[in-house]
Ligand binder design. Structure first.
Ligand code: PMV
Length: 321
């Protein structure tokens, strides 16, 4: 059997993180400049069912059987066997290479899961469709993260800008006028499940206050959708700044994130906000395309450990391999 490879992009949440867990709409876009790539090949020297996984980028070099039952890869492979209805998997070697920084709010976990599901199902001659892949990646996230909204697996599987509301079919956003973002990384790593858990506790203590903030964030996502679909990109910057203030009120921003957001605005960005679960991870800044490199340099000087320039547009075809 020939080796098969597949990949999946990173993502960033433009509007609506945290509120999306509580049923409000959110907007997310793929970040194609970073990718998780998986290569699968047959391992004729090993017994059926023996699967070895090697990845320097995620720091894993192990047989699947040696991983604990609750490891996301263990969950992923047992779910895959059930979905495909096969009692045993052939011996395989997987190598995973990801340029998506882990625990930074760029969707590295979901992207690796999705690339594995794509590559292995194709290798077995039973390619899963996007609906199956997104659903299965979501199931893994649920077991691992507790209460994910489902936005990460959706935007990464379909590799298109999406408007997402829990429990409803997602919408592919029509981006009338493409726009540019600079992503800057604080280098601080925080587990999504911890931050989502803290927000849950705050919500339990102060449901009325927290619900008002979630609703205000939901309104921003609705306005942003309209702006994107009508080409009114100038409005997006203001909406980003407003969203950032509401995330500060939720208690999920941090000095490092606020500092980078301010540095982006000082350098001429039209808007900036933290992105993803928060506390650490990344900010995104909306920039005129010709200013992107200059803003990225200013963010490097302000302490960003990595900057990425990405363009939000509708791609004809999802990046899958
Ligand atoms: O930090 P990330 O990339 O895992 O994004 C989390 C987004 C949240 O809204 C905080 C959680 C969720 O499941 O939507």
């Amino acid at each position: 059997m020939p080796a098969i490879s597949a990949s999946a992009p990173g993502k960033s949440i433009l509007f609506g993180e945290h509120a999306v867990v509580y049923g409000q709409p959110a907007i997310a876009v793929p970040v194609n400049q970073v990718q998780a790539r998986v290569v699968v090949q047959a391992d004729p020297k090993s017994q059926p069912g023996e699967i070895s996984i090697s990845s320097s980028s995620i720091g894993l070099n192990s047989g699947l059987v040696s991983l604990p039952e609750e490891h996301p890869f263990s969950i992923l492979f047992s779910r895959l066997q059930i979905e495909l209805g096969i009692p045993a998997l052939p011996a395989m070697r997987l190598s995973i290479h990801s340029t998506i920084p882990m625990a930074a709010g760029l969707g590295s976990g979901a992207a690796v899961s999705i690339a594995i599901l794509r590559a292995v199902s194709r290798f077995l001659g039973m390619p899963l469709d996007n609906e199956q892949i997104s659903r299965m990646a979501f199931e893994v996230e649920k077991r691992y993260h507790g209460n994910p909204s489902g936005i990460d697996n959706t935007v990464i599987t379909y590799a298109q800008p999406v408007y997402y509301q829990r429990g409803q079919p997602f919408t592919r956003l029509k981006v009338v006028t493409p726009f540019s973002l600079v992503i800057a990384d604080t280098g601080i790593r925080c587990l999504t499940s911890d931050v989502v858990g803290d927000v849950r506790q705050s919500h339990d203590r102060n449901p009325n206050v927290m619900d008002k903030i979630f609703e205000a964030i939901g309104d921003i996502s609705r306005k942003a959708r309209q702006a994107i679909e009508t080409g009114q990109n100038k409005v997006l910057g203001t909406l980003m700044n407003e969203n950032h203030i509401l995330l500060q009120q939720l208690g999920v921003s941090s000095d490092g994130l606020d500092c980078l957001a301010t540095a982006a605005l000082d350098a001429g960005a039209e808007g900036a906000k933290m992105c993803g679960a928060g506390r650490g991870g990344i900010i995104i800044a909306l920039v005129p395309e010709k200013e992107a490199t200059r803003v990225a340099k200013a963010l490097d000087q302000a302490g960003s450990v990595r900057t990425i320039i990405t363009h939000v547009e509708n791609r004809k075809q999802a990046v899958t391999c």
